[in-house]
Design a binder for this molecule. Structure first.
Ligand SMILES: [Zn+2]
Length: 71
């Protein structure tokens, strides 16, 4: 395995984590994959991806939580 392969695996893992985390955090409302990150609108390579990375998924979930509290 060379460095490029390892980098690829890393990206795949992050993508999978982002999607899974998004599903977990989204709760009842499921986001629909739209080919771009739901948080920063970055174009995504995978058609079923919701966020470009887990940071965006977390930020999105965080924002939702904050809006739900409504201070
Ligand atoms: Zn993003």
């Amino acid at each position: 395995m060379d460095a490029a392969d390892m980098a690829n695996q890393q990206v795949e893992l992050i993508e999978r984590l982002g999607v899974e985390q998004a599903h977990t955090n989204a709760g009842r409302r499921e986001l629909v994959p739209m080919g771009a990150c739901h948080w920063c609108n970055e174009p995504l390579r995978r058609p079923n991806q919701l966020f470009c990375d887990e940071g965006c998924a977390a930020d999105h979930a965080d924002d939702k939580r904050r809006n739900g509290v409504m201070r």
